[in-house]
Every structure is written in C-alpha cells, then in structure tokens.
Design a binder for this molecule. Structure first.
Ligand code: FMN
Length: 170
C-alpha cells in the first residue's frame, strides 16, 4: 500500500488505544550515520502546545535510549500492524546496548521524510518529531502517592516534547 503524508489536523487515531494497547517504537539518532536506538513506549500523549502539534514521551535516564534522545535533535514514533506485537515486546525488554534488537525483531530501518531519526518500512504510522522541550518528573509534585509505585529505584523519567513536523502512514 502506498505511503501518504497527512497533517496533524487530518490525523485520525484512537489516542488512548494507540499508546496503552498498540504501543509505539521511539527511535532517536541519525539514519545516515547508522547511529540510532529504539525502545518500546506506552506512556505519552499527543496534543497542542504553544500552538504546535506535539508528542510527549518519557524516558528513564538509566536506559540506553536516553543517551540517544539526549544527543539527537529528532525522534520518530512508529506504530506497527498487530503481527509485530512480539517484536515490540522484545524491543521493550532487551537493551540496544547489548543486542542488535532491531535486526532481531525483523524490522527494516529506513530514512524518514524530514527528520534524521529513522522510521521502519514495516510501520503503519510514523510521527516525525523535533525536540522542543524537556523536563524531569519531580516526585515532590505527585498529588497521588500511588504514582511512587512506578519508581522503586527513584529513576524518574525525563519528559520530552517533540513537535510533530511530519506524519506518514500506510
Ligand atoms: C509495553 C512497554 C511499554 C514501555 N513504555 C516505556 C515508556 O513509556 N518509557 C520508558 O522509559 N520505558 C518504557 N518501556 C521500557 C523500555 O522499552 C525498555 O526498558 C527498553 O528495553 C529500553 O531499551 P534500551 O536499553 O535499548 O534503551 C516500555 C516497555 C514495554 C514492554
């Protein structure tokens, strides 16, 4: 099926289902340099901030992916057909520091349409993002103490806002 580019206004997704159930791959780095890493993510959001369409993602600082999203200006968010569920489970449980998990998952990195970070030929939806803001989760600001259960090791996520500058889907 041919790939199409759509604007954020035209994007039709069931946002909660996309994040919580389908999951996505967050990939940072540079396709042309061959330097990139990906991780599975289920926490995040899509929205409008400073009158810009954005995707918000969270990354724990002890992850290999953290080094990449810190170092590079762009990232992609890719959603896949259901047959890649096992690939996303593996990529979300194995570190790219020790395994060639993209190859093992049977995914094919390809150049994105505008950003340096790669997409995948198997993806059904690609959000190409330019980092515009970061912040760190501050446990002093938790208004529900139950949130602490997500941080037994105090490895509070860093939050990134990426302006969505291109969307490609099948
Ligand atoms: C379904 C699922 C969702 C995940 N969501 C996130 C997330 O939103 N943020 C995060 O920091 N880690 C998340 N993880 C964990 C990372 O994907 C996992 O630690 C990964 O192995 C990190 O890879 P890396 O060591 O190559 O960076 C998730 C894992 C799974 C399986």
């Amino acid at each position: 099926m041919a790939r199409q580019t759509v604007t954020f206004d035209q994007l039709l997704v069931h946002s909660q289902d996309l994040w919580a159930n389908q999951w996505m791959l967050l990939t940072s780095g540079d396709f042309l340099d061959g330097s990139f890493n990906c991780m599975t993510i289920a926490w995040g959001s899509l929205g409008n901030m400073w009158n810009r369409p954005f995707a918000q993602v969270v990354v724990r600082p002890n992850q290999f992916a953290y080094d990449f999203i810190e170092r590079y200006e762009t990232f992609t968010l890719c959603a896949f057909p259901s047959e890649y569920r096992g690939s996303l489970e593996m990529i979300g449980s194995v570190s790219g520091s020790s395994r060639s998990k993209i190859t093992e998952a049977g995914l094919t990195p390809v150049a994105s349409s505008v950003v340096a970070a790669p997409a995948y030929s198997e993806a059904e939806l690609v959000l190409e993002c330019q980092k515009i803001y970061w912040d760190d989760i501050n446990p002093a600001h938790f208004l529900d103490s139950g949130l602490n259960a997500h941080y037994p090791n105090q490895d509070y996520h860093r939050i990134y806002y990426g302006e969505v500058i291109a969307i490609v889907h099948k």
